[in-house]
Design a protein around this ligand. Structure first.
Ligand code: DON
Length: 602
């Protein structure tokens, strides 16, 4: 099956990592039995005190791998905030130190990221938040964008072909959910007012902050997109992105945030910010109306709960596919009492096969539960996982079936927060592509998402992430587009909070989060090791196994090729931010070694 992407580009999670020269792939069949030799016993206890924080260079990491990405973790006694932006992490800790809980801090982080990490926004976007309070109460807040009421199934198809309009320009935007979602989470489990938790973000926007090289570079690389729209005046005032060391003030955004802080979400959905959004939509040819904004509602859902080798996962149910797919992969892997050695061809083969089976279900059986039926009980059932794994051949890749659209039914950021009482929040938000659709609300000071591309804009044809999805995720007015975002909270075998994890990276979110969890639970890695360990990704269609350049030995690559896997190298996979509790009770935080960020604790 030939796949063409309609994308402008799939965003690299981090720029600047170059691929090695193409490796010679020779055929060397390595018997599965041989690879199984030396299997480690799976399912150990959670990271114990020292080892949770200490990088121990894993013997299975290829030579030079650790040196490339290893970063020291942050260890703290009380609380921890891990995000892709150091200033946003500090905003979260500022709220914790004022006595706020993890939900207060997470909402402060969400608004701060809008200011300091415009790449992923996110008041013009949407997201998902999984909360688990220390008393055991848990909640999944779905503030995914919705298709505008005037959206139609084939709105991005012209002459039978998908256009770029689902990724660039005003037609690409879904109705933003973040402001309503964060306010609802705060009202349910926060202890501080919206006004108070928004102060760090307002200060950062009004007083400005010093641009670092990552932001300067990110803006310059997206200059062609941003300069087409009103954001040019803010981010390219003299035609150039602010140089590192420059102070960036965003007075319009400060005013927008102040309105939300003072008046609540109604300022955004039916007040002056709604007016600014609608005016910009009319100017740029979009279809979001006042009625769309007024109708937007976040949905409070029960988290999806899964078990892996005695550990408990709280994860996001649809409209994200993240939780179901992660649990479906883990359930399959649990059918092996022992797993092949880490990073061996046999291990990567098992990952590839289980990813493939779970993604086939994801892409054809999941969608917005308000519109379609999701067979959640079946997909997360251990017996079903057994049935799936019974078709895995140890030494042969299963070719992905021809996609049937009628089958039954870059940019994002994740932050992990925990407070001293043991309340935990795992949040992933997105504009979809970097700087979203490029459309900037001039009268509001923020970028709008291009989330409409997460629908199957033309069922059976790939979106910008190469995801081939079915009718079940076709565009309908008011519907939420299926997401891969996987904010997850893991409890240890005693039911104690152990890990908060999630990621950015489109469909690689699911496989990246799963691998970090596996590395901790099965491989007993410290969190730094679990994070910088080489990753692989497969999503059934295209029928390709993507690996990180330098992350697999030549022998493993040769064996995988011989098994029939179509290997493709990439610079880096997935942008994960995680924290883990050691046996000594201290929190270990690690931000993505492939990206920017900070783990700040106290
Ligand atoms: O919801 C989703 O699955 C996508 N919109 C996520 C996009 C993403 O992670 C891009 N970032 N790197």
């Amino acid at each position: 099956m030939k796949l063409e992407s309609n994308s402008r580009t799939i965003l690299p999670v981090i720029p600047g990592i170059t691929l090695p020269p193409k490796r010679r792939v020779s055929v060397a069949i390595v018997a599965f039995a041989t690879l199984l030799a030396g299997c480690s016993q799976t399912g150990a206890r959670s990271g114990d005190g020292q080892s949770a924080a200490t990088p121990v260079i894993h013997p299975a990491f290829p030579e030079g791998w650790a040196a490339k990405r290893e970063r020291p973790p942050t260890v703290a006694d009380h609380g921890m905030v891990v995000t892709n932006s150091p200033l946003a992490s500090e905003a979260g800790v500022e709220i914790l130190k004022k006595g706020g809980n993890a939900v207060d801090a997470a909402v402060a982080v969400g608004f701060a990221l809008e200011v300091t990490y415009p790449f992923a926004g996110n008041i013009g976007g949407g997201g998902f938040m999984v909360i688990r309070m220390a008393n055991g109460q848990a909640l999944a807040v779905d503030y995914r964008e919705t298709a505008p009421l005037a959206a139609t199934r084939d709105m991005y198809i012209e002459n039978g072909k998908l256009t770029q309009k689902s990724t660039v320009g005003a037609l690409a935007s879904g109705v933003p959910g973040s402001v309503a979602g964060m306010a609802a989470a705060l009202a349910k489990y926060g202890t501080m007012s919206l006004h108070d938790v928004m102060q760090p973000a307002i200060r950062l926007a009004a007083d400005g902050f010093v641009v670092d090289s990552a932001l300067s570079h990110s803006l310059s690389s997206s200059g062609r997109l941003i300069k087409q729209f009103a954001g040019a005046a803010v981010f390219f005032p003299n035609g150039e992105a602010p140089a590192p060391g420059t102070r960036l003030r965003q007075p319009q955004l400060a005013q927008t945030l102040t309105l939300i802080a003072d008046q609540g979400p109604s300022a955004f959905y039916s007040g002056p910010i709604a007016d600014a959004i609608v005016a910009q939509m009319q100017h740029d040819g979009g279809i979001i109306t006042r009625a769309d904004l007024a109708a937007y509602k976040p949905v409070m859902r029960e988290p999806i709960v899964g078990k892996y080798r005695g550990y408990t996962l709280y994860a996001m149910p649809p409209s994200s596919s993240g939780g179901v797919t992660t649990i479906e992969i883990l359930n399959q892997l649990e059918t092996w009492k022992t797993l092949p050695p880490f990073n061996s061809a046999a291990y990567k083969h098992l990952l590839a096969e289980t990813f493939q089976r779970a993604f086939i279900d994801r892409n054809t059986k999941l969608g917005d539960p308000a519109f379609v039926t999701n067979p959640l009980a079946m997909l997360t059932d251990k017996a079903y996982a057994k049935q799936l794994t019974s078709t895995i051949t140890p030494d042969r890749a299963t070719p992905s079936p021809v996609f049937s659209a009628a089958a039954e039914p870059m940019h994002t950021t994740h932050y992990s927060v925990v407070d001293g009482a043991g309340n935990a929040v795992s949040t992933t938000t997105t504009l979809n592509s970097g700087y979203g659709s490029g459309v900037f609300i001039a009268g509001g000071g923020f970028f709008m998402n291009d989330e409409m591309d997460d629908f199957a804009a033309q069922p059976g044809k790939p979106n910008q992430f190469g995801l081939v999805q079915g009718e079940i995720n076709a565009i309908q007015p008011g519907k939420r587009m299926l997401s891969a975002m996987s904010p997850t909270i893991v409890l240890d075998r005693d039911g104690k909070l152990m890990m908060v994890v999630g990621a950015a990276g489109g469909p690689t979110i699911i496989t990246g989060v799963t691998q970090v969890i596996l590395n901790v639970i099965d491989q007993h890695m410290s969190l730094p090791d679990a994070m910088f360990a080489p990753r692989v990704h497969g999503q059934a269609w295209p029928d390709v196994l993507t690996y990180e350049a330098g992350g697999l030995s030549q022998a493993a690559m040769d064996s995988l090729t011989a098994m029939g896997h179509n290997l493709r190298a990439t610079n880096a996979l997935t942008n994960v931010n995680a924290l883990l509790r050691g046996a000594d009770g201290r929190w270990v935080g690690v931000y993505e070694p492939r990206s920017t960020g900070a783990a700040v604790g106290y």
